[in-house]
Design a protein around this ligand. Structure first.
Ligand code: SF4
Ligand code: SF4
Length: 425
């Protein structure tokens, strides 16, 4: 990380430089262990390596430049929040989920320890002043997905302007309409906050922009279906994680370049794994950057992660928004319909997620599924029962795991994952 170039920027953001230095020390080490130790990586991963090496520099500097031109930045925490609305008002949306144990103690100063690490890390990153993205965002956009988040927003809202989107908990027709209305209200908030008007034309352009990003990410995932894996799970995960922060047009461009290379690799019969490597689908709670723990353990144990049914995975890009609508009202409905096709455990019932998992297991020709739960996420924990039962009924081996951001359970995870892979034959 080229620290010197950005110190002034971090200072101006009011960051705690001493604490931040500690983060800058551990992150490159972790990255080098997990990523740079791999062999035969696609050349186009160089872009993503660069983004990580400059993660608190390049993109934050772009966001600040946007603010200098009177632009606003919205920080989001969930894949149900429609980025399209933000971009339609000439603003930028950036993901804010925290995936490092580094931020957890900061969150625990104001939150109970028995809360999911994603929430604790997200709150800690803001309150400890150690993440530029959490300092830059002019407004945070929360949602009423899970109880922990709902209450955490109240605490974050004391420190930063916060808008909360009230997400339905079911998916009946009236819920789709309710989410459409909520998106329309969000558009009003965005208009007022940015001083810019959203019209059918600007929203239409934003819908296309984000759809292009989804299509590009989907191409990379499509390549992962090949019998000879052209990319590791770790690398694909990194691309997904960075997609939450990057400029959407550049994200699409770089993912398309990567997909071109992967398609060529498939044509040339290039694989990053030895023949016969067992193929794993990961399902469960999101893996926010820099949470690479499970992929690292699974792939170092001799298996390949070929797909993630996660928010940092297929839930982020599957299903496109209908681009044919020409009025704001109809576009809001099209957005609602697309976003409500995403299947998070915060909904009941959530059978469509089971269908997704079974479909992905087949499409990616997996040998087994690992169902991952972030500690204290009761939603995914409870749903794990139904997920694992459905997989067993379908004759697909499944391993349920619970973990957090620490390395304390690494030994135990290695043992359990190793035994599972061995059992796959
Ligand atoms: S797991 Fe659910 S609440 Fe969390 S980011 Fe995904 S959709 Fe949102
Ligand atoms: S992982 Fe579970 S508890 Fe954590 S933020 Fe997502 S839904 Fe909430």
């Amino acid at each position: 990380m080229i620290v010197a170039d950005y110190v002034k920027m971090w200072e101006d953001l009011g960051m705690d430089l001493e604490k931040h230095d500690a983060l800058c020390e551990v992150l490159p080490m972790a990255f080098s262990d997990v990523y740079l130790s791999q062999e035969n990586r696609p050349d186009n991963m160089a872009f993503y390596d660069f983004v990580v090496s400059e993660i608190h520099g390049v993109r934050p500097a772009e966001l600040i430049e946007h603010q200098k031109q009177d632009g606003k930045v919205f920080g989001t925490f969930c894949v149900y929040v429609p980025d399209e609305v933000v971009f339609a008002a000439g603003a930028i949306a950036t993901g804010l989920c925290g995936g490092s144990q580094f931020w957890v103690p900061g969150g625990e100063k104001v939150l109970p320890k028995g809360l999911c690490p994603l929430i604790k890390a997200s709150v800690g990153a803001r309150l400890d002043k150690t993440c530029p993205f959490f300092r830059i965002a002019d407004m945070f956009v929360g949602e009423t997905t899970c109880d922990g988040k709902k209450k955490a927003w109240e605490i974050l809202g004391e420190d930063v302007p916060m808008h909360i989107m009230d997400i339905p908990q079911m998916k009946r027709d009236k819920d789709i309409v309710a989410w459409k209305d909520e998106i329309a209200s969000f558009a009003q908030v965005v208009e007022e906050f940015t001083g810019n008007t959203i019209n059918a034309e600007s929203l239409g352009e934003a819908i296309e922009l984000i759809n292009e990003k989804r299509k590009a990410l989907a191409r990379v995932y499509e390549a992962r279906k090949a019998a000879k894996s052209p990319i590791s799970g770790r690398d694909a995960l990194l691309m997904s994680q960075i997609a939450f922060y990057d400029d959407p047009a550049r994200c699409a461009q770089m993912a398309n370049k990567l997909a071109d290379e992967l398609e060529q690799r498939i044509a040339d019969g290039v694989s990053v794994f030895p023949e016969g490597t067992k193929r794993i689908l990961l399902t469960g709670t999101p893996l926010a950057i820099p949470n690479w723990k499970l992929h690292h353990i699974i792939e170092n144990s001799g298996a390949a992660v070929v797909c993630e049914e996660m928010c940092t995975g297929t839930r982020y890009f599957e299903n496109l928004v209908d681009e044919t609508q020409t009025t704001l009202e109809d576009q809001f409905m099209a957005l609602s319909e697309r976003y409500m096709k995403t299947n998070c455990a915060c909904f009941t019932p959530n059978n469509a997620r089971i269908d997704d998992i079974l479909r992905l297991a087949k499409d990616y020709d997996v040998d087994g599924v690992i169902d991952v739960n972030l500690k204290f996420c009761s939603l995914y924990d409870v749903e794990g029962y139904t997920v694992e039962r459905a997989l067993k009924e379908a004759g697909i081996p499944v391993l349920g795991l619970e973990t957090d951001y620490t390395d304390e359970d690494a030994g135990q995870l290695k043992t359990r994952i190793g035994a599972f892979i061995e059992m796959l034959g």
